[in-house]
Design a binder for this molecule. Structure first.
Ligand SMILES: [Zn+2]
Ligand SMILES: [Zn+2]
Ligand SMILES: [Zn+2]
Ligand SMILES: [Zn+2]
Ligand SMILES: [Zn+2]
Ligand SMILES: [Zn+2]
Length: 238
C-alpha cells in the first residue's frame, strides 16, 4: 500500500541564519549555538584569521582581515564576508539563509537542486506530500495505475511485477476468471470464490448445472465440464 510522505524534505533542510550584534554574538558563542556569526575585529583584537577558501579567497589574501572588514564565522571556520558563498552557484550568501552539509555551505536553491527528494517518475522535486512506493518517492499525481493512468494515491491498488494497478485494471488484466461467468475474481473487497483443480467460480456462480442449487459448502461431483449436486448425479446414474 502507499504511505503518505510527510513534509520530510522541508524538515531536513536545517536552515541556518546568521547573527550580528555584540550581545547576541557573545551569547551565541557562550551557548555554542549552531549559527553563523558576522562580525568585525575590533581595534586591539588580534585573533588569527584564515579564510576557508584558501588560495581561492576572493579577498586575495586568506590571512588578511583589515580593520573594518567583516568576517563570517561558522562552527570553527572563518570566511571573509564575501567569501561566504554557496559552494554550487558561488553566490555570496549575504543576508540569505544557508544550509550546511558536511563541510559545504549551500544556498537554499542549490541545496534543493542537489538533495531534494525527486519523484521517481518525472524527476521533479517533491516539495511536500507525495507517496512512497517500494521505498521510492512519487508525486501523488505521478503515482498512477500502470494501465489506465488514474491516480492511485489514497486508492486501493495491487502490484504485479513491481508495477501498481488500480483494482479494476488488475482484475481485468490478471485476476482469476470465473469458469461460469468469465468475469474476473479480484479477491479485493473480500470477494469469495471456489477453486477446484485449476478452475475457479464466484460463490454465486457455483451451483449445480442440473438443478441450479448452490453447491457452496456442499459436496459436488464433476460431470465432464459441469459440476452437479450428489442428488442430480444419482438420478443421472439411474
Ligand atoms: Zn576570503
Ligand atoms: Zn547556490
Ligand atoms: Zn512526479
Ligand atoms: Zn487502472
Ligand atoms: Zn462468476
Ligand atoms: Zn442438482
Amino acid at each position: 500500500m502507499a504511505g503518505v510522505l510527510s513534509d520530510q524534505f522541508k524538515r531536513g533542510l536545517n536552515l541556518q541564519t546568521k547573527t550580528v550584534g555584540k550581545e547576541r554574538i557573545r551569547k551565541a558563542q557562550e551557548n555554542n549555538e549552531d549559527i553563523a556569526i558576522l562580525s568585525m575585529d575590533l581595534p586591539g583584537e588580534n585573533k588569527p584569521f584564515k579564510c576557508v577558501l584558501g588560495p581561492d579567497c576572493l579577498f586575495g589574501d586568506q590571512y588578511s582581515l583589515p580593520l573594518g572588514t567583516k568576517k563570517m564565522e561558522y562552527k570553527t571556520r572563518q570566511w571573509h564576508e564575501k567569501c561566504f558563498c554557496c559552494v554550487m552557484c558561488k553566490t555570496p550568501i549575504g543576508t540569505q539563509s544557508f544550509i550546511p552539509r558536511e563541510q559545504e555551505i549551500y544556498c537554499a536553491k542549490c541545496y534543493e537542486e542537489k538533495y531534494a527528494t525527486r519523484c521517481i517518475k518525472c524527476n521533479k522535486v517533491i516539495t511536500s506530500g507525495g507517496v512512497t512506493y517500494k521505498n521510492e518517492p512519487w508525486h501523488r499525481e505521478c503515482f498512477t495505475c500502470t494501465n489506465c493512468q488514474t491516480s492511485l494515491a489514497g486508492a486501493r491498488f495491487t502490484s504485479r511485477d513491481d508495477k501498481p494497478y488500480c483494482a479494476d485494471c488488475f482484475g481485468e488484466l490478471f485476476a482469476k476468471r470465473c469458469y461460469a461467468c468469465s468475469r474476473p475474481i479480484t479477491g479485493i473487497g473480500g470477494t469469495k470464490f471456489i477453486s477446484f483443480e485449476d478452475r475457479h467460480w464466484h460463490n454465486d456462480c457455483f451451483y449445480c448445472a442440473s438443478c441450479r442449487t448452490s453447491l457452496v459448502g456442499k459436496g459436488f461431483i464433476t460431470d465432464n465440464t459441469d459440476i452437479i449436486c450428489p442428488e442430480c448425479a444419482k438420478q443421472k446414474l439411474n
